[in-house]
Design a protein around this ligand. Structure first.
Ligand code: NAI
Ligand code: MG
Length: 354
């Protein structure tokens, strides 16, 4: 079976880790021989924007819809304000392609450790389900008296029952698919009394349809403490666009490094291609040096082929990644001394052995 993949490497280390992921996926396809990946490359990046004045052409959505999935690196450049780069590339894709959930698994991989001594491998095995279509990232609001001392801005969060309801069903199904069957709701419904209360109520209503799932709820500030001090008490976590964005970086850091964590932007109805990307950004501080950790991109690639129905390929890839980390072949962010290329080659060799 041929899967058509749209590749958007983007900026900075996005290009480096995307190249590594394609190398690993190509090795995987050759080793298994059960499927084929057909990559199309799109040079939609801040670099291109600075040269020609646009990120994506007018027919970008039609172009992406010709593919079965999208693999994304990262976007962001010191030479372009971040709200311009995000709102011209990644956010319109998530919204237009109806990718209303963002799934962010985190665990401590073999041969790696948490920076916190109290957090042992196995204690931290979470899936964060992030609302990906509205909330704090709705883009609603405006500014008056801009660039004057009287400037007033509004950044309006939008919470709809329809979006929360479909997200909650996805979160409960995710919890149900995991051994612990436990779902934690994160809100800030003490201080934010409208949208967050709608989250609480919708969660409670949907919970009634999933009696096999145990639940609890946390305010987001207290949640940061629980993640650090009682990681084994958590399993599946559902949170808003902003809260889950922040908590998933914390989760990745607790699991070893932001460089390992994957994310799946899913259209669960499969009417559009879903998009897979590591959670990290373009990391201008290390870009161009070949030292970026490619594991987040490999894990994202594994989630992508799993979404496309290639379970065995996904398992083979993750097993190869963990054989490599277990052997101590790790980049600096994980305490190792290897680089993007040597980790990539080690993973390819493991795949070829499989
Ligand atoms: P970042 O994730 O790019 O970097 C944060 C820190 O983690 C840096 O010290 C970086 O070196 C390190 N890091 C990140 N990924 C790594 C990897 N694979 N291996 C080793 N170390 C890694 O976040 P930051 O610095 O806040 O943002 C940089 C740019 O990326 C900005 O322009 C931002 O808007 C953009 N960004 C884009 C995202 C996306 O494309 N989805 C997500 C987050 C940020
Ligand atoms: Mg983020």
């Amino acid at each position: 079976k041929v899967h058509r993949i749209a590749c958007i490497p983007g900026d900075g280390i996005g290009t480096e880790i995307t190249e590594a992921a394609i190398q690993v996926l190509t090795t995987l396809q050759k080793a298994l021989g059960t499927f084929e990946l057909d990559f199309t490359h799109f040079d939609w990046s801040s670099k291109a924007y600075l040269e020609r004045g646009w990120y994506m052409p007018p027919d970008w959505a039609d172009q992406l819809r010709k593919h079965d999935a999208i693999f994304f690196g990262a976007v962001g450049s010191p030479d372009v304000p971040d709200h311009i780069s995000l709102w011209n590339l990644i956010l319109p894709i998530r919204k237009t392609m109806n990718q209303y959930v963002n799934v962010r698994p985190t665990r401590i991989l073999e041969g790696t450790t948490s920076p916190l001594a109290n957090v042992k491998r196995g204690d931290l095995d979470w899936v964060i389900v992030r609302e990906n279509s509205e909330g704090e990232y709705s883009g609603q609001g405006g500014i008056s008296h801009e660039d004057t001392p009287n400037a007033i801005a509004t950044e309006v969060s939008i919470f709809t029952h329809a979006a929360i309801f479909r997200l909650m069903h996805f979160a409960f199904r995710t919890a149900l698919s995991r051994p612990r069957k436990h779902l934690t709701l994160v809100t800030k419904s003490n201080a934010q009394r409208h949208g967050m209360v709608l989250w609480d109520k919708t969660f409670a209503a949907v919970a009634a349809s999933y009696p096999a799932v145990t639940t609890d709820k946390m305010l987001v500030d207290a949640m940061t403490v629980r993640m650090v001090l009682q990681p084994s008490s958590l399993d599946t976590i559902v949170a808003t666009n902003l809260h889950a964005d922040i908590l998933s970086d914390l989760a990745a850091a607790l699991a070893g490094s932001i460089g390992i964590a994957p994310s799946s932007n899913l259209d669960p109805e499969r009417g559009n291609p879903s998009m897979f990307e590591p959670i990290h950004g373009s990391a201008p501080d290390i870009a161009g040096r070949g030292v970026a950790n490619p594991v987040g991109a490999f894990w994202s690639a594994a989630e992508m082929v799993r979404w496309l129905g290639e379970e065995k390929a996904a398992d083979t890839l993750m097993k190869a990644v963990e054989e490599v980390t277990k052997a101590g072949v790790k980049t600096k962010d994980l305490g190792g001394s290897e680089n993007t290329k040597s980790v990539t080659e080690a993973v390819c060799r493991e795949i070829e052995k499989a």
